[in-house]
Write a protein that binds this ligand. Structure first.
Ligand code: PHE
Length: 370
């Protein structure tokens, strides 16, 4: 900024105009530099009562001016003052404003937290990917399912007590429908086994992740809505050894190569023989602790060889389209199936004590998986 005051030599109109043009330019330059960032400094610089530049210049120039030039000088000083005041009143017109005002570079920036997969989805993807590496593909099915796919074709006859093991939520007002068509919320992912086999001939290797529903009261380990991953392998010469080898590999891939598996006789209407699979306790290494109820083993999933009755139900359906169909003839092919709860596996993986955390939406819980 120009601080010194140059004395005026000539007081004719042209000289005055030239001198005031220079001053008007000076106002614009200082306005660009300070009017928007620090309007008060700009005001003091030009209009300050004691040291303001306008006052000092007008005093200096008026003193040396001949009396006949004073009026012309006064008019021009007024115009200059108006220019300064207008700049102060309409700072928006100052070019620097939009670029500078409103940004306080000393404030911390907006923290953007990138999204992460929900811990349940993460575990689901992990399990599915173990089987993708074994050549399985993924299949999905509906959550609102018919009695036929959820129970009947899976060898749960109507009114059979085995249905009581899966406390079912049914869709209301369907009494007029034939029982096989009545709708319910699927209680497991197994109906997708039936859908897949009706749609395709062996060889079949699929995993079926998805949501399932049961009329269960919520507690630390139960939720009326939860997730399962089903597996189905159907081909020639599939044996129980293939089932054991596959699941042993999957458990080692998920929980570490030290983990051991063991198979206990169990019952499911759609597999024969059936088994429950246990893994050696990952918390105590099998010595026995509170988590494994001092047994050294943790029960993790159900499995078995596909029951010939299931192949028969599938064949009956396929023969509605092709009476000669024999693709799922249990004399020629065999298969195994397994099903596991995603919540249960994720809880063991991460040492989570209450299933409710998964559905709470509590960021303090979810952020731990970021
Ligand atoms: N569908 C069974 C359940 O939900 C689990 C299972 C799947 C068992 C496949 C055997 C074979 O309890």
């Amino acid at each position: 900024m120009t601080d010194e005051i140059t004395a005026l030599q000539h007081f004719d109109d042209a000289s005055l105009d030239a001198a005031f043009t220079t001053l008007a330019d000076e106002v614009r330059t200082t306005a660009a530099a300070t009017a928007s960032t620090d309007p008060e400094a700009f005001r003091l610089h030009w209009l300050g009562r004691k040291q303001g530049r306008l006052k000092l210049i007008s005093e200096a120039w008026l003193k040396s001016a001949p009396p006949e030039a004073k009026k012309a000088l006064g008019i021009r000083f007024n115009q200059l003052k108006q220019q300064i005041e207008a700049t102060l009143e309409a700072p928006a017109s100052a070019p620097a404003k939009s670029a500078v005002q409103g940004i306080d570079i000393t404030l911390p920036g907006t923290l953007r937290t990138p999204g992460i997969p929900h811990p349940l989805l993460k575990t689901m993807h992990e399990i599915v990917s173990v089987f993708h590496h074994l050549g399985y593909s993924t299949n999905l099915g509906p959550q609102v399912e018919s009695d036929f796919y959820n129970f009947e074709a899976l060898n749960f006859p109507e009114n059979h007590p085995a249905r009581d093991t899966q406390d079912t939520l049914v869709i209301a007002a369907q009494q007029s429908r034939p029982s096989r068509d009545r709708l319910l919320m699927r209680t497991h992912t197994s109906p997708v086994q039936i859908r897949t086999m009706i749609a395709s001939a062996p060889p079949i290797r699929i995993v079926i992740p998805g949501k399932v529903h049961r009329n269960d009261a919520a507690d630390a380990t139960h939720s009326p809505i939860f997730h399962q991953i089903e597996g189905l392998c159907v081909d020639t010469n599939i044996t129980f050894s293939d089932l054991k080898g596959t699941l042993d590999h999957a458990m080692k891939a998920l929980f570490g190569s030290d983990v051991k598996t063991r198979f206990f006789p169990s019952f499911f209407p759609f597999t024969e023989p059936s088994a429950d699979v246990q893994i050696s306790c990952i918390f105590c290494g099998g010595k026995g602790c509170r988590k494994c109820k001092h047994s050294g083993w943790i029960e993790l999933l159900g499995c078995g060889m596909v029951d010939p009755a299931v192949f028969a139900a599938v064949t009956a359906e396929r023969r509605k389209l092709d009476p000669a169909d024999d693709a799922h003839n249990p004399e020629k092919i065999t298969g195994f199936a397994f099903g596991m709860g995603v919540e249960r596996i994720a809880m063991i993986q991460h040492g989570i004590s209450d299933i409710g955390y998964f559905y709470s939406g509590d960021m303090r819980f979810l952020e731990q998986f970021a």
